[in-house]
Write a protein that binds this ligand. Structure first.
Ligand SMILES: Cc1cc2nc3c(=O)[nH]c(=O)nc-3n(C[C@H](O)[C@H](O)[C@H](O)COP(=O)(O)OP(=O)(O)OC[C@H]3O[C@@H](n4cnc5c(N)ncnc54)[C@H](O)[C@@H]3O)c2cc1C
Length: 389
């Protein structure tokens, strides 16, 4: 795929057709569906609304599209997945996170399929892939964020069960998930962390309303475990593999968050170009001012640089090469660059861009979060330096 300034898919007929079909779905169906129901990025989402999107996206072949055909997907390459993800957030659709299954769906479970037993596939992961169940991934605790090893949630073996105790925070999709993948510390072997599949209606498990992040999206929840007993068969992978499962998934996730940020920044760029053409100041459109042209040039350059490095890294992943360092570089650069773009977009929009609920203001708040979420800027720098120096 060429690393073009304007996304172009002419060299890949399959992707070109998919992108055209995705754009039609977004503009003809999803955005009108949201408009009719008054759904915005900050709406509290109910399960029926989400299930409608999961099912319709599955009918159209988008839900879980990157999974291999034997799991119901189309075995999309990571470069192709990046293109679809960018299109989704560039559309401005509030429910774009549910079309491919980013939020609680197949993209959340994709990387862990290789650890699942046949029974776990049947009972937990396949229903997620089909859009019948949803899951969340829970590692973070109030006192354990970047330093995940500080977690205090414990799993205590007891006969053919494990007993969980602890409190997880900021689990995305928890408010509408059916089960969680929970990483806990083993009692009696404090340095061993393991991952468990936990039904959220299990006795001793409560889902609490989470804090609302600055994006205003209401999709995070807390999980509280009080002597929550789960079958031994729900151990995912082996004892002590919990962080590998969690962090292995995070490496790919770090890369795959990038095109979503790029799409949102592209939307901010497009809105800024339109605004600078229509807004008149001192007898001329803003676009006539060199100061504004320079801002737009900086924004476009950041966009091109971010997209180029993300596609280059996705191509490495498609070739089966290790992307541990590159994924950190992509997330570091893309989150900082896209936030710079959003900041310039607010500047170009003046008071309109500062107005609560304006699309540019919403994008600014959302993009600000990604310098922290799925790894902070500082943690990415630590990882890059550790690997290279
Ligand atoms: C909207 C949202 C969704 C989320 N979704 C999930 C989810 O689904 N599942 C989940 O488990 N978690 C989730 N999280 C948690 C997220 O991954 C953490 O917030 C993130 O890992 C950072 O941890 P922290 O917020 O505790 O910050 P801290 O770790 O307390 O960091 C605070 C500051 O200290 C710096 N710092 C810490 N350690 C170092 C170091 N060694 N070197 C240099 N600087 C350092 C950080 O870079 C940061 O600037 C989510 C968070 C948000 C806001």
């Amino acid at each position: 795929m060429p690393y073009t300034l304007e996304p172009s898919y002419d060299d890949n007929p399959r992707l070109k057709e998919l992108v055209e079909r995705l754009r039609r779905y977004l503009t003809d169906e999803l955005i009108p569906y949201e408009r009719d129901r008054g759904i915005t990025a900050e709406s509290r989402l109910d399960r029926a609304t989400l299930e409608h999107v999961w099912k319709r996206s599955a009918e159209l072949g988008f839900y879980g599209i990157s999974l291999p055909p034997e799991l119901g997907g189309q075995g999309l390459h990571f470069t192709e997945l990046c293109a679809l993800k960018e299109e989704l957030t560039a559309s401005g659709a509030a429910l774009s996170h549910s079309v491919l299954g980013d939020m609680g769906g197949p993209l959340r479970v994709g990387a862990i399929v290789k650890y699942a037993t046949e029974q776990q596939m049947r009972r937990y992961l396949m229903p997620v892939i089909r859009g019948e169940r949803a899951c969340c991934f829970s590692i973070t605790e109030q006192d354990a964020g970047s330093d995940v090893r500080r977690m205090s949630t414990t799993a205590t073996p007891d006969g053919d069960t494990y007993v969980l105790n602890g409190h997880k925070v900021f689990s995305s999709a928890a408010p509408f998930a059916d089960f969680a993948i929970v990483v806990a510390r083993m009692t009696g072997n404090e340095e061993a962390y393991s991952a468990f599949l936990v039904d959220l209606d299990s006795p001793g498990c409560r889902v609490l309303e989470g804090d609302v992040p600055m994006s205003g999206q209401q999709m995070e929840g807390d999980l509280v475990f009080e002597d929550c007993r789960i079958p031994a068969a729900n151990l995912l992978g082996e004892i002590g593999q919990g962080l590998r499962i969690g962090i292995g998934r995070i490496t790919l996730n770090r890369l795959l968050h990038c095109p979503s940020l790029i799409g949102a920044a592209r939307r901010a760029w497009e809105l800024s170009v339109a605004h600078s053409k229509s807004r008149v100041a001192f007898g001329q459109p803003l676009l006539a001012l060199q100061a504004v042209q320079h801002k737009l040039a900086d924004m476009a350059t950041d966009l091109y640089a971010a997209r180029s490095m993300v596609l280059a890294t996705a191509a490495r992943a498609d070739r089966g090469q290790n992307i541990a360092v590159e994924a950190n570089m992509c997330k570091l650069f893309t989150s900082e660059a896209c936030f710079r773009i959003a900041d310039q977009a607010v500047q170009i929009h003046g008071k309109t861009g500062l107005t609560r609920g304006h699309e540019v203001e919403q994008i600014f708040r959302t993009l600000r979060m990604f310098r922290i979420v799925t790894g902070t800027t500082e943690i990415h720098k630590n990882a890059i330096a550790k690997a290279l120096v």
